[in-house]
Ligand binder design. Structure first.
Ligand SMILES: Nc1ncnc2c1ncn2[C@@H]1O[C@H](COP(=O)(O)OP(=O)(O)O)[C@@H](O)[C@H]1O
Ligand SMILES: O=C(O)C1=C[C@@H](OP(=O)(O)O)[C@@H](O)[C@H](O)C1
Ligand SMILES: [Mg+2]
Length: 198
């Protein structure tokens, strides 16, 4: 409707796409923050390809994340994750949603810093818990007290996620609202970076 009345006014998605240029957009944050769901939605609005690193890891290994953890352990999973992300970031621009531990790994974080704009979806414990407790495919949460495990991971990881270029609060509102806030944050970040270079 708006497009018909104001045909030349770019949409939020088009403005964010122009701001991103040739860079990848990389979602980081804890399990349940919405990286996979919001990442896919944002990619659609930007008109860019979307890839979820966990899905890509499962595709190349022909195993589920749980099977990989069980068969080879977390260290091997991280090594595979680093290799997959390095490859994905080489041929952008695309939207990449990482698994929650990717940005915590120093080697992977350096690749992300080099290969694109990182965006932290920052959510509080209750929001995360509400979302993750509905499914049991996350091996790190198969503990006696998964909510406490999630809380411990928050304590350890949040200072590292805070190193991301952009952060957006992921909360209990419709996904479209968060996706639009992500697009606005990309535009804002690029404008600030440009004015710093003036
Ligand atoms: N804003 C939101 N409102 C409601 N549900 C959401 C929202 N964001 C994500 N979800 C849901 O929460 C669950 C976890 O999201 P997901 O994207 O898998 O998180 P992550 O990839 O960060 O672990 C999914 O079922 C997803 O659809
Ligand atoms: O936080 C983590 O270390 C992990 C998060 C998961 O991805 P999501 O954050 O998409 O759930 C997945 O990569 C794996 O279970 C390990
Ligand atoms: Mg995910």
């Amino acid at each position: 409707m708006t497009d018909t009345i104001f045909p030349d006014v770019p949409t939020l998605g088009e403005r964010a796409r122009a701001a991103l240029g040739r860079r990848n957009l990389v979602f980081v944050g804890l399990m349940g923050a919405g990286k996979s769901a919001i990442g896919r939605m944002v990619a659609g609005q930007l008109g860019l390809p979307f890839v979820d690193t966990d899905v890509e890891i499962e595709r190349v290994s022909r195993m589920t994340i749980s099977e990989l953890f069980a068969a080879y352990g977390e260290d091997e999973f991280r090594a595979l994750e680093t290799r997959v992300i390095k490859r994905l970031l080489k041929s952008g621009p695309r939207v990449v949603s990482t698994g929650g531990g990717a940005f915590i790994n120093e080697k992977t974080r350096r690749q992300i810093e080099k290969g694109g704009i990182s965006l932290w979806l920052n959510a509080d414990l209750d929001v995360l818990w509400e979302r993750v407790n509905k499914r049991d495919h996350r091996p790190l949460l198969k503990t006696e007290n998964p909510k406490k495990t999630l809380e411990d991971l928050m304590q350890k990881r949040y200072p590292v996620y805070a190193l991301a270029d952009i952060s957006v609060v992921s909360r209990d509102v419709r996904k479209e609202i968060i996706a639009n806030e992500v697009l606005a944050a990309i535009i804002d970040h690029t404008a600030k970076a440009a004015s710093k270079n003036d």
